[in-house]
Design a binder for this molecule. Structure first.
Ligand code: V0D
Length: 253
């Protein structure tokens, strides 16, 4: 027995220890540091975005292997339209580029593609590519790969308030019905569990208008690793860190 224990420790030396119970059902990631990655190499920012796209594939596969149910990736915020037009145009081609390469693999791996954010404002070519992926994976029941694309948490809450007001005025909702759970049902994430773990790469410690309501009880993991350098090993480190914490949801342990 002692021998077995020694063998196990030696084999896993230096690797994060993950238990099969307590895998976060929903991991959300702010994929930051693509521009910085490129700058360090004297490359244009778009080269960093391209490299970051490869990380999306690797982390999706790793999350699926781990048994994560939902992976939400913050790909483009409502504020990102302020970037130079050439960069925005390039970013809007990434969903097509990503899906033309990886959609067959996502289908093969039983991944369901979803998105949150305002789809209407996206260029038609981007919308078509994303909608095609959503449609073609709609029957899959493995990992939900949820892209936050043209997403902003405040506008999501503003729209929820407007919808709630409409339903109150229509008489289908009363003031007493407006509870914590009811508000959640008016958000774009109404069908998803709340994130258990939020990861932000690249050393920034901000939420940047991401899932303000949904992250109320979420564990945060910040790393200095730039998104293009983020690998399965780093994901496992984040999950191991998450598993060491005791979550109390405001109560006592
Ligand atoms: C750039 C790092 C995949 C973050 C990752 C339009 C910034 C690479 C997608 C994608 C982006 C989105 C929807 C979809 C399939 C793939 C993506 C954007 C940026 C913004 F259905 N990577 N990726 N979308 N980057």
């Amino acid at each position: 027995m002692a021998h077995k224990q020694w063998f196990w420790q030696s084999k896993n030396a230096g690797e994060p220890v993950i238990s099969e119970e307590g895998i976060p059902a929903h991991i959300a990631i702010i994929m930051d540091g693509n521009g910085r990655w490129a700058k360090k190499r004297a490359l244009p920012r778009i080269a960093g975005h391209n490299e970051g796209m490869k990380t999306v594939r690797e982390i999706t596969r790793a999350a699926n292997r781990l048994g994560v149910k939902v992976l939400t990736l913050y790909a483009f915020s409502t504020e990102n339209w302020k970037r130079p037009k050439l960069e925005v145009d390039f970013l809007m081609k990434l969903p097509e580029e990503f899906l033309s390469t990886f959609l067959p693999e996502l289908i093969e791996e039983n991944v369901r593609v979803e998105m949150i954010g305002d789809m209407e404002q996206l260029p038609a070519h981007t919308r078509r590519a994303v909608q095609n992926a959503i449609d073609r994976t709609a029957e899959n029941n493995g990992l939900i790969l949820n892209f936050a694309l043209n997403y902003g948490s405040r506008i999501e809450l503003v729209q929820a308030v407007r919808s709630i007001l409409k339903d109150v005025q229509a008489g289908t909702l009363s003031e007493q019905d407006i509870t914590d759970e009811a508000v959640s049902r008016y958000l774009m994430t109404s069908h998803l569990p709340e994130p258990d773990l939020l990861i932000r790469t690249s050393g920034e410690h901000r939420l940047s208008n991401f899932m303000l309501w949904q992250l109320a009880y979420t564990e945060f993991f910040f790393t200095d690793v730039l998104w293009p350098d983020f690998s399965e090993k780093h994901l496992l480190e984040a999950v191991a860190s998450y598993q060491k914490r005791s979550r109390r949801f405001g109560g006592l342990s």
